[in-house]
Design a binder for this molecule. Sequence first.
Ligand code: NAP
Length: 271
Amino acid sequence: MTVSPRTKLTAVIGNPIGHSLSPLLHNQIYAKEKVGAVMLAFQNANIAELVSAIRALPIHLTAVTLPHKESIIPLLDEVDEKALAIGSVNTVINTGGKLKGYNTDVVGIAVALKDASLKGKSVLIFGAGGAARAVAFHVRECGANIFSFDRTFQKAQALCDKFGGTALEASALNERQFDVVVNASPVGLHPNTDATPVSKEIIRKGRIVFDLVYNPLETRLMREAKEKGAQAISGLTMLIGQALEQERLWLGRDIPDSGYTELLENELSSC
Ligand code: NAP
């Protein structure tokens, strides 16, 4: 791509940011879709400084990652209803200096679970942070029954207070079986690839396991799900789904998924 004075700047912001796949993915989208833009990564612990930069440069589309997804909310001019309900913003669109926050994780989750029929099903959500709240928002919309677990029980309880559901203690976790198990915690993330959130015994044949972790490409949870005859869904599907939604919000048109899974798989397997 040729950079010119007309090239627009987009960004991913967080702290740390060194392992983000967003620049690779979004810049590939710009190349394929012939968008005159470039995405750069900015690491800063100070969210107020980052928001000033979004306004000043300006940055047209900003992907927001940890630890800023909640603290950015009061600094924006407007926040989409879904993002407010989830309490987490992962996207900021800058329209003529007005900053509006969105949550596209929830769209990525819907893409990942698009073939699952969730009505009346029991869904275990492991972890109760920002991503877990987006999962809870989606599965509640689909009529599922939520079971929440977090090593900090109060966080699981808070998620259930907000979205409905049952908070579980660790002892109850392995006594139950679920139609869908979702890992919304960093358990199993590289380099702790031997770790897994739930014991293999609670995974049942024909059921669904969705791991938001995508590094490694196949987590221990996913491997064990396949061994038990369950369907294993990777966090990569969600990552791409949420990024395409970010670009749709900015560019105002649907962006087709043109081989981005392969691009990211190649990148992750070369790390
Ligand atoms: P977060 O806000 O930090 O939440 C993580 C939650 O997991 C916290 O509630 C944490 O509890 C809990 N947790 C951590 N270790 C645990 C353990 N051993 N047992 C039980 N609970 C544990 O992070 P997040 O943004 O929700 O992200 C969660 C995961 O999803 C991360 O791995 C992230 O990479 C992934 N993610 C993937 C995508 C995607 O597109 N695929 C998008 C967003 C996030 P404490 O507060 O007690 O530590």
